[in-house]
Write a protein that binds this ligand. Sequence first.
Ligand code: TYD
Length: 202
Amino acid sequence: MSKAKFITFEGVDGAGKSTHLEWFANALRQRGIDLLVTREPGGTPLGEQLREILLNQSMHIETEAMLMFAARREHVEQVIRPALQRGTWVISDRFSDASFAYQGGGRGVSLTKLEQLEQWVHGDLQPDLTLLFDIPIEVARQRLSNNVSLDRFEQEKGEFFERVRQAYLARAAKSPQRISVIRAEKTMHEVQQELANIVSSL
Ligand code: TYD
C-alpha cells in the first residue's frame, strides 16, 4: 500500500480554495481513498478556540504568529500525524505556508523567526503536495464583498492581500516540487479539470 499523503490548500481569502477543497476531497473519496479533511487555524478543540481568538481579537503580530503555530502544534500531534500513521490521507485547508504568507508577507513578521517556529513545530513533517490557488487581488476582493461578515484578516486592505499573494508566490517559487500554483480566476469547470488531472496523478 502506498503511503498516506498530506495535502494542503492555500490562497488569499476569496480565491475559492474551500469550494475546490470539497470537490477535490470528494474526487479522492470516489477513488476509495480514506481521508480526513481538516483546517487551520483549528482542527482540534484547543485549535478551534485559538481560531476564535485569532480571527477576532487584535494582538501583536508576533503573538499572532506564535498562536498560529501553537494551534498547529496541537493539530500536528493530535490529528495530522496519527491519521497519516494509520494510513488515512489528510487534506488541510491551510497550513504553515499561510503563516509565511499572512504573518510574514502580510504583517511583516521576520521570516527567520517563522522558519524557527516551523522547525520547532513540524521540522520533520511537510505536506507532500500543496495546491496554491492564486488570483488577482481585485477579483478575490470582489468575491469577498458578497460575504456578510468579514473576519479580522478579511477586513484588511488590498495592499495587505497583495503582500500575502506575493509571499505565497515566492514560497511556491522556492518549492516548485511541492507547491502547484492553480490560476483560480478561471471558471469553476476549468479549475476542476485541472484538479481532476492532479487526482489522477496521485
Ligand atoms: P480561512 O481558511 O480563510 O477561513 P474561512 O474560509 O472560514 O474564512 O482562514 C482564516 C484566516 O486565517 C485567513 O484569513 C488566513 C488566516 N491565517 C493566517 O493568517 N495564518 C495562518 O497560519 C493560517 C493557518 C491562517
